[in-house]
Design a protein around this ligand. Structure first.
Ligand code: PFF
Length: 481
């Protein structure tokens, strides 16, 4: 059994600090911006049910596994994997898990900061009274004008990236702990207030039915994949973010209890956001499947009409930016920690490099906001080298760069990362090491988790993947013949 390691980057000051930081990572744009719009796009109830099942069966067990790996290795995910490979005499290829996570973090951060930048712009727009008394059409056209202004998007993207870099450069503990202690509860309260407002709108029942009445004819195999991908995304799993936070965790903190607590808090915030937004959608005859602009086209309407709306609206967008901020930090922390460990860079140096790269990648999303698809770009490139006869019209070519990056990361890279985390914890590591690190007092609880992480979770992830590429329906047809 290896001796207990300590992290060169320090430790959280208390048990609560880990919970706050990890909740800060989990609760973000995923809950308030993404969950409502993908729920709207995928038909509501059945999608929400699949998402909740994925949180319980896949998300929580993998969170426990990922935190456990981080705390055992006590380094950046890349070096944690290297250390655990040595401890457990595992195959060197497991190192790829750390690298894939860093790549996913870069890709997600590239668009995350563009959307967070939009939220930042909306702080000033709401404060300036832009939405007072606005109509649904008005709010929609304000958003359309904003997203077709690449310069404005670029400016806000730059500001948000810089904000994230400031905190990461100072070290994850400094400042972040304080910020999450106040901001998280405040966000929660203002969401409750919004739900209270929505309760009065008349179409609250319709929203509840839409969110919680499962109609399985409305969800496709791809919808199920998106629901599972979102369970990973919203809990920050499968790329090393929670692993790196686990590496700063004190030895006396319970991995099981904190993982459950974090997941519950995260899920509650998402459901509250849904309950706030859909009554506004239905009352104003808006389109639930409006896409990534949904919150920017619904919430300003509510703020434009409720008493004290510009005050609450401003506060809401400020808190949303904070939630995004505490998530963005964890997206680049794995890469920064690795640069500090392996290249001997100072935190400031490492952060500047990582932040510059994600900023650059973010330009792809800035320009996709104006509607340019991957196919358009492929056409241009092919045309310039004389291949203009190529037809770029497959499913992925019709996506924007943002759509493609989001699909690749949330629905493929994170679930694959999570799958391999489960396999590493369940099959590659010795049970003794796992048990020693998890330190669950209750043997029955440990046994249950161990069965789930070995069998249930990997099986569920694989089935959803196979279903999405059409293998499950094919098998079913084969059996029925
Ligand atoms: N969980 C964050 C959210 O819901 O907004 C996004 C995220 C953060 C995903 C960190 C992945 C990650 F590693």
């Amino acid at each position: 059994m290896p001796v207990r390691r300590t992290s060169m980057h320090g430790q959280w000051s208390s048990r609560m600090a880990f919970v706050l930081a990890a909740t800060g990572s989990a609760v973000g744009l995923g809950n308030i911006w993404k969950f409502p719009y993908i729920t709207g796009e995928n038909g509501g109830g059945a999608f929400v049910l699949v998402y909740l099942i994925c949180i319980a069966v896949i998300g929580i067990p993998i969170m426990m596994a990922e935190v456990m790996l981080g705390r055992r290795g006590r380094q950046s995910p890349i070096n944690t994997m290297r250390a655990l490979i040595a401890d457990e005499r595992a195959h060197g290829a497991w190192r790829l898990l750390g690298w894939a996570g860093v790549a996913a973090g870069f890709l997600i951060m590239s668009y995350y900061s563009v959307i967070a930048g939009e939220a930042l712009a909306y702080v000033f727009r709401t404060a300036g009274g832009m939405f007072d008394g606005a109509t649904a059409d008005g709010v929609r056209s304000i958003f359309a004008a904003f997203t077709s202004d690449a310069e404005a998007l670029l400016a806000w993207h730059t500001i948000f990236t810089a904000l994230t870099m400031v905190v990461v450069a100072r070290g994850v503990r400094g400042g972040l702990e304080m910020a999450t202690k106040i901001m998280m509860p405040a966000l929660f309260v203002i969401l409750l207030l919004l739900v209270g407002y929505a309760l009065d709108l008349g179409k609250f029942d319709q929203a509840v039915t839409f969110l919680f009445w499962p109609d399985f004819s409305k969800i496709s195999a791809n919808g199920i994949l998106i629901a599972m991908g979102h369970a990973f995304f919203t809990l920050s799993l499968g790329m090393g973010a929670i692993m790196v936070y686990g590496s700063y965790m004190r030895q006396d903190t319970s991995i099981a209890k904190t993982s459950i607590l974090i997941s519950l808090a995260d899920t509650t915030v998402a459901l509250l956001a849904g309950l706030a937004i859909f009554p506004i959608v239905f009352t104003n005859g808006l389109e639930p499947a409006a896409g990534p602009g949904l919150i920017f086209q619904t919430l300003p309407l509510a703020f434009g009409h409720m008493p004290g709306g510009s005050f609450f609206g401003t506060l809401f967008f400020i808190l949303l930016v904070f939630a995004a901020w505490s998530s963005a930090i964890s997206l680049i922390e794995p890469a920064v920690a690795w640069l500090v460990e392996n290249r001997g860079l100072s935190r400031v140096d490492a952060t500047v490099r990582v932040g510059s790269l994600t900023w650059l990648l973010g330009l792809a999303t800035v320009f996709s906001a104006t509607g340019v698809t991957v196919g358009d770009i492929a056409h241009k490139i092919a045309g310039s080298v004389g291949l203009s006869t190529f037809a770029f019209n497959g499913r992925f070519f019709q996506m924007t760069a943002f759509g493609l990056i989001d699909y690749l990361t949330a629905n493929i890279m994170l679930p694959l990362g999570g799958l391999f985390i489960a396999i590493f914890a369940g099959w590659v590591m010795a049970k003794r090491s796992v048990q020693d690190e998890m330190d669950v007092g209750n043997r029955f609880a440990f046994g249950l988790w161990y069965i789930v992480i070995r069998f249930v979770t990997p099986f569920a992830v694989i089935v959803v993947f196979l279903d999405a590429i059409g293998v499950v329906p094919w098998l079913r047809a084969l059996i029925q013949r």
